[in-house]
Design a protein around this ligand. Structure first.
Ligand SMILES: Cc1cc2nc3c(=O)[nH]c(=O)nc-3n(C[C@H](O)[C@H](O)[C@H](O)COP(=O)(O)O)c2cc1C
Length: 405
């Protein structure tokens, strides 16, 4: 409330990029003052064992992450994780620093709860990020998002550049996302054609084989792909050991917007994010999940603006979700609101389970098989349906037990 009524209107007086830098500066400042970090965590983070989930062999304390592009340089991941994010995707990072497109390159469309960006992957380069990671040990799961540098144009240059980026970042992050879907870098989205994708993904995956530790490698795709293109990418990923997909990036489309056409014309091309993207991202996540029977994990991203949407995305097959624009519009308590909603639903489901008429029968059985809490759950923390005859008599723990806030 405080954010939406007071802080956001003040921030929105500044240009979007200025507001972005100012906010990140404030977060760093908060972290630098005595008790600043503890206070931030106390206000904004939420912990509970029932929020944990294991995906890609990694234990995530909750399913909510920060999408690529906000911590472009990998300098604020710890401050951002204090706001409750289980994982922070840094980047997109390129092998060399690059300025991106000329300003203005970021616009707000408040009528649509959206942003349009034409940033062009401005960042200080991977080496700068590595130096920072060495100095400030990550306290969250760190995901390195890599992209080709804008000046890599030929197939040979692009291939060499992605391999270099991958080799540089690999040891410093927990997971790597290969971004091939930014609409603001000329030719980048055409890298999603599998013939092109394989030209640099094959050597990246070979490179991973010779590493001591096998870390997950994901590909970030565009919501503008046709189903046949998604099918081809899924097929490639499954055959070649890509661990999952981030679905997805911003869209080039401008459908069903309330923003006046003259404002849209002024903004011009660029990637649209936020509320108008949600239905498309959701259907992309559903499509991938159904197509793969869940065997290729998806991080759902795009247009999540409410806790209900985050839960719906998880229920529809996303193993994890990421937010960006929702965080800009709803502020630092956005993650906590989502986590609270998940916990509330878990509580309700546990209560419903308790009241289930089948419970007395199960009491007599005393079966040693997993408890309700131990039974793996695949969606947004939903407890299993009360049909398994093996659920033992022990009363279900409240999901918030152990909540340290
Ligand atoms: C200003 C801005 C910059 C972004 N930069 C990147 C980037 O560098 N790399 C990337 O993979 N995605 C980038 N994205 C896309 C987001 O990671 C995300 O995929 C997209 O915004 C959809 O999610 P949302 O609707 O929750 O914002 C950027 C988005 C915005 C708004």
């Amino acid at each position: 409330m405080l954010y939406e009524r007071i802080i956001r209107p003040l921030l929105f007086i500044l240009s979007p990029e200025r507001a972005h830098n100012f906010t990140l500066g404030c977060l760093s400042f908060l972290r630098s003052i005595p008790l600043g970090r503890q206070m931030t965590r106390l206000f904004f983070s939420k912990k509970a064992p029932s929020l944990n989930r294991e995906v890609f062999g990694i234990d995530f304390p909750n399913p909510i992450g920060l999408a690529g592009g906000l911590d472009k340089n990998g300098e604020h991941y710890n401050s951002l994780s204090d706001l409750g994010f289980a994982f922070v995707e840094i980047g997109s990072l390129t092998t060399e620093a690059q300025k991106g497109n000329p300003s203005p390159r970021l616009w707000r469309l408040p009528k649509d709860q959206a942003l349009v960006n034409h940033m062009g992957i401005n960042n200080k380069g991977i080496i700068n990020a590595i130096e920072h990671i060495r100095e400030d040990r990550p306290r969250c799961i760190l995901v390195g998002n890599i992209s080709k540098r804008t000046t890599a144009k030929t197939e040979g240059e692009i291939k060499a550049d992605y391999i270099k980026a991958f080799s540089l970042i690999y040891d410093f992050v927990d997971m790597v996302v290969v971004n091939v879907s930014c609409p603001n870098v000329e030719g980048l989205t055409s890298l999603q054609d599998v013939s092109y994708l394989s030209s640099f993904m094959d050597p990246i995956l070979d490179r991973r084989m010779i590493q001591e530790e096998r870390k997950p490698v994901l590909v970030k795709i565009s919501p503008d792909l046709e189903n046949e293109q998604v099918d081809a990418i899924i097929e490639y990923c499954r055959r070649n050991g890509v661990d999952g997909l981030v679905a997805g990036n911003t869209t080039r489309k401008r459908e069903n917007l309330s923003t006046p056409p003259q404002k849209l014309a002024e903004v011009g091309s660029g990637g649209l994010s936020g509320a108008p993207l949600y239905e498309r991202s959701l259907s992309l996540v559903k499509y991938i999940h159904e197509k793969t029977g869940g065997s290729l994990p998806v991080i759902g991203c795009g247009g999540i603006m409410t806790p209900a949407q985050a839960m719906e995305m998880l229920d529809s097959g996303a193993s994890l979700v990421e937010v960006y624009t929702g965080f800009i519009y709803h502020g630092p308590s956005f993650v906590k609101k989502i986590l609270r909603a998940i916990l509330k639903r878990q509580k309700e489901e546990a209560a419903a389970l308790k009241g289930s008429p089948r419970r007395p029968e199960r009491r007599i059985k005393r079966d040693p098989s997993p408890t309700v809490e131990e039974t793996p759950s695949t969606d947004a923390g939903r407890l299993p349906e009360p049909v398994a005859p093996s659920i033992p008599a022990a009363p279900a723990q409240t999901p918030e037990e152990g909540n340290q806030n």
